[in-house]
Design a protein around this ligand. Structure first.
Ligand SMILES: [Zn+2]
Length: 248
């Protein structure tokens, strides 16, 4: 057993016994960590606020090979506003579930931690924008080694002409000559925008105007691409889609 101090973002939790909670946190140093947070459901617990979803804190954890134990910690940013607004809550939950699905326990990925933290910060400042969610998805896939090939046809290398498709199992765009049908059509505008989302500073992307066609194409592509890699639909994504008012 060793004592670890690390920055953490709370992903989820479940009640244990009378007053405890098992909490999953994504930590900067050790990736995804599961730990028992003792007594946090007692009304006077000083640690109750630490284990709320999305809370960004510095935690001290007794780390073991299976289930750790939260010793204490300090809140850096509570992200309380994200828990009070339904669309923000659903959007932030989706980011967390995506990371939870794609990363194993104690798979240390500092790039993912920074991306997650920056995206939550952006949600807090400007709301859960669609572009920020697409950027998160694309960059997360890229960090994990699944960056889609967007520069040319993934099969023959031809440049984008007037028509192309996206193939999740081929991992990128595919020209009309190589497409065997059943692929998702993609416009040149969406291909260019996805390239920008992968490379430009996050805040610069928020000025981009997203037209309806590009929004629809990118949502279809990323949903299909993520489903291909996670092999099942994420509950939080279905919930996010069910919010009819979702139009940040
Ligand atoms: Zn081709």
């Amino acid at each position: 057993m060793s004592l670890v101090r690390t920055e953490a973002l709370i992903m989820k939790g479940m009640d244990l016994g009378e007053a405890d909670r098992i909490v999953t946190a994504f930590t900067r140093k050790k990736g995804k960590v599961r730990m028992v947070a003792g007594g946090v459901r007692r009304t006077r617990s000083s640690m109750a606020a630490l284990v709320q979803p999305f809370t960004y804190s510095s935690l001290v954890i007794y780390s073991t090979s299976s289930l750790g134990r939260l010793r204490h910690g300090e809140i850096i940013e509570s992200f309380a506003g994200l828990r009070e607004d339904l669309v923000s809550m659903a959007s932030a939950s989706y980011l967390m579930e995506l990371v939870d699905f794609l990363l194993g326990e104690e798979d240390s990925q500092e790039g993912v931690f920074t991306l997650l933290l920056n995206t939550l910060q952006l949600f807090k400042e400007v709301g859960p924008r669609v572009l920020a969610i697409r950027t998160f998805e694309l960059r997360l896939m890229a960090i994990l080694g699944y960056s889609p090939h967007l520069d040319s046809c993934v099969v023959c290398g031809a440049d984008y002409e007037n028509k192309a498709f996206f193939s999740s199992n081929q991992g990128g765009i595919i020209c009309s000559n190589c497409s065997g049908g059943g692929k998702i059509p993609v416009s040149l505008g969406s291909v260019r925008l996805m390239n920008e989302l992968l490379t430009k500073p996050l805040r610069k992307l928020l000025n981009i105007r997203l037209d309806g066609l590009m929004e629809e194409e990118m949502e279809r592509i990323m949903t299909d691409y993520i489903l291909y890699h996670t092999e099942r639909e994420l509950k939080s994504l279905s919930f996010l889609r069910s919010l009819k008012s979702f139009n940040p």
